[in-house]
Design a protein around this ligand. Structure first.
Ligand code: FES
Ligand code: FES
Length: 161
């Protein structure tokens, strides 16, 4: 039997009917209509579904939606700035050619956001370590890492959130 729950996604409350076993990833995509978060493996191996939950990168394919009530969920759509500008991390991915097919990109960006929020001056090792759960089949990672380094520079100068 379905239950009516409220989820705070990108600062907006969504009232959704869910079963106990419905996954956060499916609710974000199918019920909230936010298709930026991608479904890759569906079993915790690829990072494509990474979102922030209370500021921490988490895999939405491994979370029950019902367990996310009362938490603040942020998807890649939630990073868009007032007026519609891209977030500096998103802009850095564009500027550094870090997007090819784009399937991994939302998850990469959300992992990077989680990292820069807690560590605005990451080392190369910190970036590689943080992104180690995000798989990209296209780019070879070099440009993605360069994009995160560039975003970190903007971040530490301008204190971007
Ligand atoms: S879809 Fe969640 S880790 Fe692959
Ligand atoms: S850009 Fe295609 S999977 Fe990363």
């Amino acid at each position: 039997m379905k239950k009516l729950i409220e989820l705070d996604i990108n600062g907006r409350l969504y009232e959704v009917a869910v079963n106990d076993r419905d996954l956060l990833l499916d609710v974000i995509r199918k019920k909230a209509g936010l298709f930026g978060t991608k479904k890759g493996c569906g079993e915790g191996d690829c990072g494509a579904c990474t979102v922030l939950i209370d500021g921490k990168p988490e895999l939405a394919c491994l979370k029950l939606a019902i367990a996310c009530q009362g938490k603040k969920i942020t998807t890649v759509e939630g990073l868009i700035q007032e007026g519609g500008a891209l977030h500096p991390i998103q802009q850095a991915f564009v500027d550094h050619g870090a997007v090819q097919c784009g399937f991994c990109t939302p998850g990469m960006i959300m992992s990077a956001k989680g990292l820069l929020d807690r560590n605005p001056k990451p080392t190369l090792y910190d970036i590689k370590h943080e992104l180690s759960g995000n798989i990209c089949r296209c780019t070879g990672y070099k440009r993605i890492i360069e994009a995160v380094q560039a975003a970190a520079e903007v971040w530490s100068k301008e204190g971007v959130k």
